[in-house]
Write a protein that binds this ligand. Structure first.
Ligand code: AHR
Length: 501
């Protein structure tokens, strides 16, 4: 027995063009993301700069357009000047966000070198916790001004003649969170963000600036924070950030798999607040959304006291299973469904810390289950998102009602003349008989049907069993009288790639 679901996609019913930056990620000076992750001198694969080439290769495969750096909570206590100039002169400092020791062996220039090798842009973040306008505008001058001024000449003297032209900058991080070094009220932050934005843009008018939204929709100040902050800095910022992490903490898989409904709701709510302020200000300008931290996060709350003052201790090294990959897949679909509003997003994070890529110091690298939906969406989810007209049976779970078993969206790549359908079957015990009606596309054929599935929902990839959960291309999608038919396996992630001829 299987359930039936259908989907109609029409090339004229578009949601919007995908901004490739929704496939961004994040590297913070936290745990073994930097030290032991991207950088490990002495590792057998390390290049002359100490960058692990196995990690670089896994990142390159993902085709990550933009990577947020250097934090996260870390940035709120960071003096960027500590991380530039001759390495032997760099100061070791106590790092108060995660209670570790920061050696400053990696700083802005090294990270920019690494990002270039990875084929990614850098999304910079400035410290609005312990610092403010002055440090931020100096950093913009250091990074983006060609030469002929103190900070730009300093960069040149450090061996980096060409300015970086970093375009996208975050104005602090999670400034509403009591855990943040230098946390602020909405009014304090909104004013500071506005003044910092002005000065940064006076140094480089080409910047795109992201103001901090709430650390999550469960914050007591959520919504009020967004409205107050935007009211104070609307004219000088372009994006508002959203952060969200999902956790199967109740061991309730049916609810957990519905997490992306929360993401949909979160995005819609923040968009509504932005539009409210736009209306209030009678402004022609629209604020776009940057979901610059999102993921499944299971080890939240790990005691940082245990790691006190170590260098690059293992932190938040979540082991992701099939369920987690399905939630990541559903969240990617949610981001695509909001392509008209969400223009940037960062899977938090990229290596070792709540990450799709895991490494062992001195040892191998392996890919977590969540790597694969991220890879597929990044490779095949570029183009125009089409409205998914879906009809699907639904279920009720503890935390959500009316959850469609089918979560799906399609993306039309006009240049390649391809349509890709991304689909998750949330049903835990039954297949889903899917029909996709592509009436406006004419002749179509199936290029490939990729599937991520496993009999065991808790199956994961580990160092000793790195190939346990891998996608295969034996999906059963067929072209049938102008429609696509596929039986989606229970609890599976599916990528149906179609060619238009
Ligand atoms: O991504 C891990 C942490 O989660 C970030 O440092 C912080 O911004 C968020 O709370």
């Amino acid at each position: 027995m299987s359930n039936r679901a259908s989907m109609i996609v029409d090339k004229d019913f578009t949601i919007g063009q995908v901004d490739d930056r929704i496939y961004g990620s994040f590297i913070e000076h936290l745990g073994r993301a930097v030290y032991g992750g991207i950088y490990e001198p002495g590792h057998p694969t390390a290049d002359g700069n100490g960058f692990r080439l196995d990690v670089l290769e896994a990142v390159r495969q993902l085709n990550v357009p933009i990577i947020r750096y250097p934090g996260g909570n870390f940035v709120s206590g960071y003096n960027w000047e500590d991380g530039v100039g001759p390495r032997e002169e760099r100061k070791r400092k106590l790092e108060l966000a995660w209670w570790t020791t920061e050696t400053n062996a990696i700083g802005t220039n090294e990270f920019a070198d690494w990002a270039k090798l990875a084929g990614s842009e850098v999304m910079m973040a400035v410290n609005l916790g312990t610092r403010g306008v002055d440090a931020a505008r100096n950093l913009v001058e250091y990074c983006n001004h060609p030469s002929g001024s103190y900070w730009s000449d300093l960069r040149v003297s450090h061996g980096y003649k060409e300015p970086y032209a970093f375009k996208t900058w975050c104005l602090g991080n999670e400034m509403d969170g009591p855990w943040q070094i230098g946390a602020k009220t909405a009014v304090e932050y909104g004013r500071l963000a506005n003044e910092t934005a002005k000065a940064m843009r006076w140094v480089d008018p080409g910047l795109e600036l992201v103001a901090c939204g709430s650390s999550g929709s469960s914050m007591n100040t959520f919504a009020e924070w967004e409205a107050t902050v935007l009211d104070l800095c609307y004219d000088n910022v372009d994006f508002l950030s959203l952060h969200t992490y999902y956790n199967n903490n109740k061991e309730d898989t049916a609810s957990f798999l519905a997490s992306s409904l929360d993401m949909d709701y979160f995005i819609d709510s923040v968009a509504a607040i932005c539009d409210y302020i736009q209306a209030k200000k009678k402004s022609k300008k629209k604020i776009y959304l940057s979901m610059d931290e999102w993921n499944v996060w299971k080890t939240q709350g790990t005691s940082r006291a245990e790691q006190r003052w170590q260098v690059g201790p293992p932190e938040f090294e979540d082991v992701y299973n099939l369920e987690d990959a399905l939630v990541v897949g559903c969240c990617l679909i949610s981001l695509l469904k909001h392509a008209d509003r969400v223009k940037m997003a960062c899977l938090a994070q990229l290596v070792n810390v709540i990450a799709p890529i895991s490494t062992e110091n001195g040892g191998p690298l392996w890919l977590q289950t969540t790597y694969f939906p991220y890879l597929h969406a990044s490779l095949y989810g570029r183009g125009t998102v089409l409205h998914p007209m879906i009809s699907s049976p639904k279920y009720d779970a503890k935390d959500f009602t009316d959850v469609p078993y089918l979560e799906a969206v399609s993306v039309y790549n006009e240049e390649l003349q391809e349509v890709t359908v991304f689909a998750v079957n949330r049903h835990l015990t039954e297949g889903l008989d899917l029909t996709v009606d592509l009436r406006s596309f004419g002749k179509i054929s199936v290029l490939e049907h990729l599937v991520l599935e496993n009999e065991d929902l808790k199956a994961a990839n580990t160092k000793d069993n790195p190939h346990n959960v891998r996608p295969h291309s034996r999906g059963n999608a067929i072209q049938d009288n102008g429609q696509i038919r596929a039986l989606l396996a229970k609890a599976s992630w599916n990528v149906i790639r179609l060619k238009i001829s």
